[in-house]
Design a protein around this ligand. Structure first.
Ligand code: G3P
Ligand code: CA
Length: 230
């Protein structure tokens, strides 16, 4: 099973910050997950559409300026750009970039080849996910070999068909509704199944029995430890 540090090691450090990514690397994780928005044409790492509840600032993130973003913090930590996070990681683990905000495809198309050429990432180390499936389709049209992962927050009527529609590498599902039929359908279509957000050992063991290929955890060290317990 592949363990993703969800929003970095967010159980230990402010989520989606360089500190959370550094902590994840210290824990020896094989993968990290993060969320991106477009601020004045640049991808920045932050979860919410609004700044209010998770930062010292306020407002809608894609409507603020870079200067404003630089003046606020998340629990004392700066809000990083995606490039800063990728520079920090520099090919040392897999990075799952979730396109959370609007207008995030075009800047990612510009950044992706630079991450390969300048920062030492391989295509297999960059997984692009989103609940916004048209964004993934648009991204794949320009970069067909890139790995994409549709996110689902509810049970789809058509099973795992989205995997085939997007030529997806994985199907990323919410732990609250996952079922065996969906896992099997995704596997039959040639995709991995990754599940969010999983912080309890008993959930990890149950998902292992279902044949799930990976989980997102706020405490990735505990998840990795759980895998070693039979
Ligand atoms: O990518 C898995 C998970 O991060 C999706 O939900 O709300 O934590 O971004 P959320
Ligand atoms: Ca996310």
């Amino acid at each position: 099973m592949l363990i993703f540090a969800h929003r970095g090691a967010s159980g230990y450090q402010a989520e989606n910050t360089l500190a959370a990514m550094e902590k994840a690397l210290q824990l020896g994780v094989p993968a990290v997950e993060l969320d991106v928005h477009n601020v004045e044409g640049e991808l920045v790492v932050f979860h919410d559409r609004r700044l209010d509840s998770k930062s010292s600032g306020s407002g809608i993130i894609h409507l603020v300026s870079k200067d404003y973003l630089a003046s606020i913090n998340v629990k004392g930590e700066p809000i990083p750009t995606l490039w800063q996070v990728l520079e920090l990681i520099a090919g040392r683990c897999i990075v799952n970039i979730e396109l959370k905000g609007i207008n995030t495809v075009t800047p990612l198309i510009a950044l992706y080849p630079k991450a390969l050429k300048q920062l030492g990432f391989t295509q297999e180390q960059l997984l692009i996910s989103s609940f916004n499936h048209p964004y993934l389709r648009e991204f794949k049209q320009t970069l067909p070999k890139a790995l994409v992962a549709p996110l689902l927050a509810s049970i789809p009527l058509e099973g795992a068909a989205v995997v085939s529609q997007l030529d997806a590498y994985s199907l990323n599902l919410d732990v609250s509704f996952i079922n065996q039929a969906l896992v099997d359908d995704a596997h039959q279509r040639g995709a991995k199944v990754y599940v969010y957000t999983v912080d309890h050992v008993d959930d990890i063991h149950a998902l292992e029995l279902m044949g799930v290929d990976g989980v997102f955890s706020n405490y990735p060290d505990r998840a990795m430890q759980a895998l070693t317990q039979v």
